[in-house]
Design a protein around this ligand. Structure first.
Ligand code: ARG
Length: 468
C-alpha cells in the first residue's frame, strides 16, 4: 500500500486509529455470523461482473476458488477474525487477497459495503425466518397432540384469574395453537426482504452496467430494489422481523406464564418435566419452573430490541449512517433467543402432565357453573339480569360453607326462587355445563372436535409449506 495508513480505505489518512475508536467502530465481534451470506452474495456479484466483462473468466475463477476456501475456513472455525478488519466484509476481502493475491482486490468493483451489508442482512433474515417457521410448526404440532389428549379433561377457565366457566383442556390449548398459527402466518407473509439491494453502491448507483436482475435471480429474490438510496438506507425488513418475532414471543410468554401457574401447589393443574425444572440452593423441597419463567421473561428482550431498532431509525437522514450498524446486535440476538424459546417451549409443552382429577375438583369448587344456573332461570322466563342476581345469591349462601352447587337441597333453592325444580341438578353437572357451550368456537365437545380437525388441517398446511 502506498501512502496512508494500513487500512483498505486508508489512502487519505495519516494517523492511526485510536484503539478505543477501533473497538467502538468494529462490528467484527457480532457481524461475523454474516460470513456465509457475505460469501454467497460475493459469488453472485463476481459471476455477474465476469458476465458483463468487468472481470475476465480467469479472474472470476481465482476469486471463486479463494471464496470457497474462505467458506471452508469459516465453517471449520479456523478463519481468523481480528478487530483491525473492522467488519465481516473487509475481513473476507483481506483473506481473499492473502489467498489469491491482488486479483482479490477486484471483487469489490461496482459495490459498496453499504449495499453489501443490507444484502447480507436480507439473506440472513430469510434464512432465520425459514428456521423459525419450522420451529413454530413443531410447537403447534406438540400443542395439538396435547390438546387431543385433553379433549375429555374438564378444567376451570379463568377471567381476572378467577375461576370463570369450565372448559376442556383441549379448548384452552387450542387457544395457543391458533395464536401460533397467526404468528406462523405473519412469518410467512414477511416479504420484508424480497428485494435485492446489491448494485445500489454507496447510495447513487455505480459506474458499471450491472446486471442486477441476474444477481437477484441467482440469490432467489423476487425483484431488484428500484432506488439506490432506499436500498442502502432502509431497515424496515429488520424492524418488521423484530416485530413479528416479538408478537410470537408474547404468545410464548403468556403460555409460559400459565405453565408457571399451573405447576404451583396452589393450582396443581399440571407438572413440568423434571428435566426442565431446578432446585433451590437452600430449600430442599423446591422444584422451580425456571424454563417457563425464563421464556416468560425473554419476551421483554424482544420488546426492548424492537424499541431499540425503532429508536436507531427514528429521524435518521438518508442514506447510510453508521447508526445502521447497530441494527445487527438486535437482529442476531432476536434470532438466537427466538429459536431457543421455541425449542424450549416445544420440549416443555411435550412433557407437561395434567392432573385431570384436580382440574375437575377446581372447576367444581369455583362455582364455575353459576352462569348456567342464571341461564337456567332465564330459560324459565326470568329476565337474565334477575336470574344473574338469584344465581349470585345462591353462590353467596353456599360459599359461606364452601359447599358446591350440586349440594344444595331443592327446599333451599325454592326459598330463592319458585322457578327451581329437579332439573336444576343436571344443569350444574360439570360435563353438561361444558356440553352446553354449543356456539361455534365454544368448548362443547363437538365444537372442540371441530377445532381439533381444523387445527390438524392447518398444521398439515404449515408442514407442507415449511417442510418440517
Ligand atoms: N459494518 C457496517 C455495518 O454493519 C457495514 C457497512 C459499512 N459502511 C460504511 N460506509 N462504513 O453497517
Amino acid at each position: 500500500m502506498t501512502g496512508g495508513i494500513d487500512r483498505p480505505w486508508g489512502g487519505r489518512f495519516e494517523s492511526e486509529q485510536d484503539p478505543l475508536f477501533e473497538r467502538l467502530h468494529a462490528s467484527i465481534p457480532f457481524d461475523n455470523v454474516l460470513a456465509p451470506f457475505d460469501i454467497v452474495g460475493s459469488r453472485a456479484h463476481v459471476r455477474m461482473l465476469a458476465d458483463i466483462g468487468v472481470l475476465s473468466d480467469d479472474e472470476r475463477d481465482q476469486i471463486l476458488t479463494g471464496l470457497a476456501q474462505i467458506a471452508r475456513e469459516v465453517q471449520t472455525g479456523v478463519f481468523v477474525w481480528t478487530l483491525a478488519d473492522e467488519d465481516v466484509h473487509m475481513a473476507i476481502e483481506r483473506r481473499l487477497i492473502e489467498i489469491v493475491g491482488s486479483v482479490g482486490g477486484k471483487m469489490h468493483t461496482g459495490r459498496s459495503r453499504n449495499d453489501q451489508v443490507i444484502l447480507d442482512l436480507h439473506l440472513y433474515l430469510r434464512d432465520a425466518v425459514a428456521g423459525h417457521q419450522k420451529r413454530v410448526g413443531r410447537l403447534m404440532g406438540t400443542l395439538l397432540n396435547k390438546a387431543e389428549d385433553g379433549k375429555n379433561m374438564v378444567m376451570p377457565g379463568y377471567t381476572h384469574m378467577q375461576r370463570a366457566q369450565p372448559v376442556l383442556l383441549a379448548h384452552h390449548l387450542l387457544a395457543y395453537f391458533f395464536a401460533l398459527e397467526r404468528d406462523w402466518q405473519r412469518l410467512q407473509e414477511w416479504t420484508g426482504c424480497s428485494w435485492m439491494p446489491l448494485g445500489a453502491g454507496a447510495l447513487a448507483g455505480v459506474n458499471y452496467p450491472l446486471d442486477r436482475e441476474s444477481v437477484a435471480a441467482e440469490l432467489g429474490f423476487d425483484r431488484v430494489a428500484p432506488n439506490a438510496m432506499d436500498a442502502v438506507a432502509a431497515r424496515d425488513a429488520a424492524f418488521s422481523y423484530l416485530s413479528i418475532t416479538t408478537n410470537c414471543a408474547l404468545t410464548l410468554s403468556r403460555l409460559a406464564g400459565e405453565m408457571v401457574l399451573w405447576s404451583t401447589q396452589e393450582y396443581g393443574l399440571a407438572s413440568l418435566p423434571e428435566s426442565w425444572t431446578s432446585g433451590s440452593s437452600i430449600m430442599p423441597q423446591k422444584r422451580n419452573p425456571d424454563g417457563a419463567e425464563l421464556v416468560r421473561a425473554k419476551a421483554a428482550g424482544f420488546l426492548a430490541r424492537l424499541q431499540g431498532l425503532g429508536a436507531v431509525l427514528k429521524g435518521l437522514p438518508l442514506a447510510y449512517n453508521s447508526d445502521l450498524q447497530e441494527d445487527k446486535p438486535y437482529v442476531f440476538a432476536c434470532k438466537e433467543d427466538f429459536d431457543l424459546c421455541l425449542e424450549a417451549m416445544t420440549a416443555m409443552v411435550g412433557g407437561l402432565v395434567f392432573d385431570a382429577e384436580r382440574a375437575r375438583v377446581a372447576a367444581e369448587g369455583g362455582y364455575a357453573q353459576a352462569t348456567d344456573v342464571a341461564d337456567y332461570l332465564a330459560g324459565k322466563g326470568l329476565p337474565f339480569r334477575e336470574a344473574h342476581r338469584t344465581a349470585g345469591r345462591l353462590v353467596g349462601i353456599l360459599a359461606r360453607d364452601g359447599r358446591p352447587l350440586s349440594s344444595v337441597s331443592i327446599e333451599e333453592l325454592r326459598q330463592l326462587s319458585p322457578l327451581f325444580a329437579e332439573d336444576y341438578y343436571s344443569v350444574v353437572d360439570l360435563d353438561r355445563v361444558v356440553a352446553a357451550k354449543v356456539s361455534p368456537g365454544g368448548t362443547a365437545p363437538q365444537r372442540v372436535a371441530e377445532q381439533l380437525a381444523l387445527a390438524r388441517e392447518r398444521l398439515d398446511h404449515v408442514a407442507a409449506e415449511t417442510g418440517f
